[in-house]
Design a protein around this ligand. Sequence first.
Ligand code: URQ
Ligand code: ZN
Ligand code: ZN
Length: 486
Amino acid sequence: MTLLIQGGTVVTAEHSFRADVLCEGGIVASIGPQLDPPTGAEIVDAGGMLVMPGGIDPHTHMELPFMGTVASEDFYTGTAAAAAGGTTTIIDFAIPGPGTSLVEAWREWRRKAEKSATDYSLHVAVTWWSEQVAEEMATLTREHGVNSFKHFMAYKGALMVDDGVLLHSIGRALELGAICNVHAENGDAVAHLQQQLLAAGITGPEGHPLSRPAAVEAEAAQRVIAIAEVLGAPVYIVHVSTAEATEAIARARSRGQRVYGEVLAQHLVIDESVYRSPDWAFAAAHVMSPPFRAKHHQQALWAGLASGSLQTTATDHCCFCAPQKAGGRDDFTRIPNGTGGIEDRMSVLWHHGVRQGRLTPSEFVRVTSTNTAQIFNIHPRKGAVAVGSDADLVVWDPQASRTISARTHHQNVDFNVYEGMEVTGLARHTVARGALVWTDGDLRAVRGAGRYVDRPCFAPPVAASLLQRSLSQSTEVPRGPRGVTP
Ligand code: URQ
Ligand code: ZN
Ligand code: ZN
């Protein structure tokens, strides 16, 4: 399959330049002015539009079994909807229940993801600890292309892990050359507040944000940053939602610690007033963790993106339809947590980020694609417009507008958190490994066309851990046998 994208302006994380892009055999074959179309090539006219790396969403939960139900979006409908919005790769999560095999969970999610229309990869969650977990982490890194392990500090009694597990797992990941991503909320504090709120008769969705105040995220973020510092390990904090956690990340990074922060498009533009709606279903549809916050947090998140304290954007696309959310009708702690947004992330970021002067087009590419590819070690295969890279591209129309609605979106969910929002900046054509999957409103996603993306580990660390450094620096180093310094 040969595709020539003519007349566009290529925008990468570094710069913008006028060039045609030729895709052959699923990769970018040539980039340059006035390329001659090979015989039989499909031509896309990109005149007046931008040609950018396809979006990468590092945080999705297709078909996730959670809180007694299963997320309504599956890997085919979810990746198809993603393509309609300019996203061409997702990184989802294989989540074993506590006490169960990580490798078996990875295999189960591989089976679910085979129906994907575009490429996908999998973080694997560590939800318990034992020698078996340590061994399976090695197996996953060495044999299955996993270089990232997820940890939930929230969801007590379900997925939550304690500091002991974090220390073991983050340390093990460092040995293997993998990185750990973390849902940073103090799960004990959440559980305590939930019980207090229910006892006070607060059972509606307005109780959800009250049980997860900013301090609950700030404490957990600072705690996991400190744990990572002790170990000398990198750490990636998912869905950062507060000014306090953003500041904690910025402080750690200014000290040279390798901490990454991810922000959801939803948290950048939706605030906590949604939980005060008199419409129960509307408020419940917004129940996700961390919850939507007061507006000043949004300003801090935008500043975090613009300053580089936060590196990536995602959606945490985890959809539940109204009947599913209604499972928590009498008890907000039973409302399945999650919202969608995979189709709208890039337009929301372009409209509220680039058009508002918060992000340059190259910074937009960084935070929607390139940074994620680099952090999870799949650049320049992904997240680039370069000869030899996968031909995952979006032809972006910066002038086109649409009004977001569940009535017209391609996501398999009956609600859209951006309902009614008019956005300017749309994907006009989306190319996934050289094939047009979205073109002028025509969705051409093919079930099963997506491929699993192996993510190689990083070279194991050179930097010593804090303990090793302190031992080597202290004068009273305990002598080993025969006076040999350990
Ligand atoms: O916590 C997550 O990331 C998953 C369970 C999706 N739900 C959510 O509320 N964020
Ligand atoms: Zn989470
Ligand atoms: Zn998530």
